[in-house]
Design a protein around this ligand. Structure first.
Ligand SMILES: NC(=O)c1ccc[n+]([C@@H]2O[C@H](COP(=O)([O-])OP(=O)(O)OC[C@H]3O[C@@H](n4cnc5c(N)ncnc54)[C@H](OP(=O)(O)O)[C@@H]3O)[C@@H](O)[C@H]2O)c1
Length: 336
């Protein structure tokens, strides 16, 4: 171990993040004290909420100061342990942040069984984003068979899960995505019945063509204009699951006005806010259901992998521009 390379939080981005919002250093690899273990980061998860963490949003309970290692969830391998429940060699999900090594006291750490799916899936489809799509769709959206479920950011880990769960439970899934290539993937690989390119103009009309009987459940990962276009197409008694507002994550103050809510009244619709932390007790249920669908070939996932910790800032900037295609991951090291 020749040192612990770390990507640091340098400053709060203005608008979309740029690589200069991050710094670098190398420090000594720490040694575990009693009740701690040291783990080596194998995979780093890049998630949109990290942009909100960088501006100090209270929801996440993380206060980053300039010079701190960037925060984030990782899959890591235990290398040295003075913790009674963790053995060297074990693979865990732990919040190491954007660095090669970190200490943990075991709080909130989850073991990963490498014999099941590839361990990277513990950060995507079989981890927090998968749980968000699954629990939000099943418990808040609750579509009935035959109903139309519209999902934005449809090819990302949250949206692709919500859409496929909708399809596999008998609903009609329609996606919204940021390119024709993503839309083709949503239909051909993920089994959405249709997918609308949000950048192709007149989004409300395109949604109307794809959802002629209206939208019974809208699973929103975008906010802003995309949300407004979905609201213009609600069926009677629609449910709207507000999951993410990525359009606003780069804004210093909330957008003035926001989408027109008149259609919510006319449709007698219900709007529900989703925070995945409320559903962590459903992680095992989600992994059982989706794990089985993956093994049966009914459910697909896609990863957007970048190699090397030094590439993490650039990969995060790409994610926040919507240029990722699948779950955004950085491969930091191979397991031994
Ligand atoms: N509520 C919760 O507890 C919870 C938990 C996890 C995630 N989330 C939220 O769920 C959403 C999806 O997360 P994910 O991890 O699956 O990410 P993701 O879909 O892999 O990536 C985000 C996607 O958002 C779209 N996007 C980016 N900028 C946009 C803009 N200005 N306007 C509209 N769309 C834009 C892009 O997709 P297209 O270009 O294809 O549209 C981009 O690929 C995010 O908003 C995230 O914050 C919420």
């Amino acid at each position: 171990m020749d040192g612990n390379r770390r990507v640091l939080f340098a400053r709060v981005p203005r608008g979309l993040p740029v690589p200069e919002d991050f710094g670098w250093d190398t420090v000594a690899v720490p040694s575990p004290g009693p009740g701690q273990f040291l783990s080596r980061t194998l995979w780093l998860s890049l998630d949109p909420y990290l942009r909100n963490v960088m501006k100090g949003h209270a929801l996440y309970g993380v206060a980053l100061r300039p010079g701190d290692p960037m925060y984030g969830e990782t899959v890591a391998q235990v290398v040295e342990s003075r913790h009674p429940q963790f053995e060297p060699g074990e693979i865990v999900v732990v919040k190491n942040g954007w660095q090669e090594y970190a200490l943990s006291d075991g709080q909130g750490v989850r073991r990963v069984d490498p014999a099941l799916e590839p361990v990277s899936t513990a950060l995507g489809v079989l981890g927090m984003p998968g749980l968000t799509g699954y629990a939000g769709l099943v418990y808040l959206g609750a579509p009935r068979p035959g109903q139309t479920v519209l999902v934005s950011a449809a090819t990302g880990p949250v949206g692709s899960t919500a859409g496929q769960v909708a399809r596999l439970t008998g609903a009609r899934a329609v996606g919204i995505a940021g390119s024709d290539e993503k839309c083709r993937y949503a239909v051909d690989e993920l089994g959405f019945e249709a997918c609308v390119n949000r950048r192709a103009g007149d989004l409300p009309a395109a949604i109307r063509r794809a959802c002629p009987d209206g939208v019974d459940v809208y699973f929103d990962n975008a906010g802003g204009e995309v949300l407004g276009a979905a609201l213009a197409n609600l069926a009677l008694h629609a449910r709207i699951v507000l999951c993410g507002m990525i359009e606003a994550y780069g804004m210093d103050t909330p957008p003035a006005g926001g989408p027109f809510l008149g259609p919510v009244v006319a449709a007698r619709a219900t709007i529900k806010g989703l925070v995945v932390y409320d559903h962590f007790h459903r992680m095992a249920e989600m992994q059982k259901v989706i794990g089985r669908w993956i093994r049966e070939g009914e459910f697909r996932y896609r990863e957007d992998v970048t190699d090397g910790l030094e590439q993490a800032p650039a990969a995060f900037c790409r994610l926040m521009q919507g240029d990722n295609f699948g779950k955004t991951l950085v491969r930091v090291a191979a397991a031994t």
